[in-house]
Design a protein around this ligand. Structure first.
Ligand SMILES: NC(=O)c1ccc[n+]([C@@H]2O[C@H](COP(=O)([O-])OP(=O)(O)OC[C@H]3O[C@@H](n4cnc5c(N)ncnc54)[C@H](O)[C@@H]3O)[C@@H](O)[C@H]2O)c1
Length: 321
């Protein structure tokens, strides 16, 4: 397949690029390098990087020419950012997404895999959360990601485009840095590497379903390669841990004495979230890795070696701790 990956220089996007190339697909990345890093693509010289913006319809059309499939990851990411800047959030996540779909329609591109979010559900009414769970987002971000999904599915009905919307739970892994918007693992890990205390919002008994980015990349590629894969898919592991337990794991794998301070709960954060994963496993063939401590160890080892993290937040001394 000739693939366009919007947001391909970002955390998840660069992992999708890696897997697409490993599987022999051709890759063009469209990314404005606002929250991503061009250096994430340095290991993949075969991926073409186009530095443009999904809010620019003509730029999106240019990048779309000759493609077979689109992985649409470029977005304004995060609940807090969307609460602070709802217009900015919507311009990316709604208008940017329409630009992608319109360019697909005009250039006859038949497959799109959309990065949605568990944020569309709001506070779960039951667990595990399956694909039929009511969607009642608690933030503009959740609402605009849901809008993106609905746009995808409407283009599927109108124009026969095959669309799969992947609702990620909490993704972690390589290329996720201290500046990832509101993501607990990179924030905690970089503070631990600097020997600083971490702040837990609320009592720490809230739970999350943490999924390794390699499984998220596998779900993306499978959703494009499998002609039967369309509609919505929850992308989590199906198991959950508390933030307090996460901190214990980080203590164990880093060997550092981690000081945890409790702060107020954050608006827009849900209390619990666990994915129901039958469609992920049966239709996309992805069996997510639930070894959180093992994956955290690999992640921490990557982070303290990562040149960007060392330059921006870890002194070389902290990185050697
Ligand atoms: N990380 C998570 O846990 C998580 C959870 C749910 C959903 N998601 C979704 O996954 C996708 C990728 O998120 P991520 O965590 O990799 O974040 P990220 O910030 O690392 O990646 C987003 C990428 O999009 C690029 N981008 C942003 N606005 C752009 C624009 N207007 N034009 C072109 N490029 C633009 C950024 O430069 C960046 O490279 C997003 O759609 C996000 O909503 C992520």
């Amino acid at each position: 397949m000739r693939c366009l990956v919007t947001g391909g220089a970002g955390f998840i996007g660069s992992n999708v690029v890696r897997l697409l190339l490993e599987r022999g697909h051709a890759v063009t990345v469209l990314d404005n390098i606002s929250t991503g890093y061009a250096s994430n693509l340095d290991p993949y010289p075969d991926a073409e990087l186009v530095r443009d913006d999904i809010r620019d319809a003509e730029a999106v059309e240019r990048a779309m020419v000759g493609k077979d499939a689109v992985f649409h990851l470029a977005a304004s990411v995060g609940n807090k950012k969307s609460i602070d800047e709802p217009i900015y959030d919507a311009s990316h996540n709604v208008l940017g997404t329409i630009n992608v779909l319109e360019a697909m329609r005009k250039h006859g591109v038949g497959t799109v895999v959309y990065s949605s979010s568990a944020g569309i559900f709001g506070e779960p009414q039951y667990e595990p959360v399956d694909e039929k769970h009511p969607v009642e987002p608690d933030s503009p971000y959740g609402a605009t990601k849901l809008c993106g999904e609905k746009l995808m599915l409407s283009y599927m009905k109108l124009y026969g485009i095959k669309a799969a919307a992947l609702r990620y739970f909490n993704v972690y892994g390589e290329n996720q840095r201290f500046d990832a918007y509101g993501n607990v693992i990179p924030i905690f890990a970089s503070r631990i590497a600097r020997g600083e205390p971490i702040t837990i919002f609320g009592d720490g008994e809230q739970t999350r379903d943490f999924i390794d980015v390699r499984d998220v990349a596998a779900a993306n590629v499978a959703a494009a390669e499998n002609p039967e894969a369309s509609g919505t898919f929850n992308v989590g592991t199906g198991s959950r841990i508390t933030i307090n337990r996460l901190v214990e794991h980080l203590r164990e794998v880093t060997g550092e004495p981690v000081e945890a301070i409790h702060g107020p709960e954050r608006p827009g954060d849900v209390r619990h979230a666990t994915a129901e994963t039958t469609r992920l496993r049966e239709t996309l063939g992805v069996s997510p890795d639930t070894d959180v401590p093992g994956n955290l160890k690999r992640y921490y080892e990557w982070m303290v070696r990562d040149p960007v993290s060392i330059e921006k937040v870890l002194s070389p001394k902290a990185a050697r701790r």
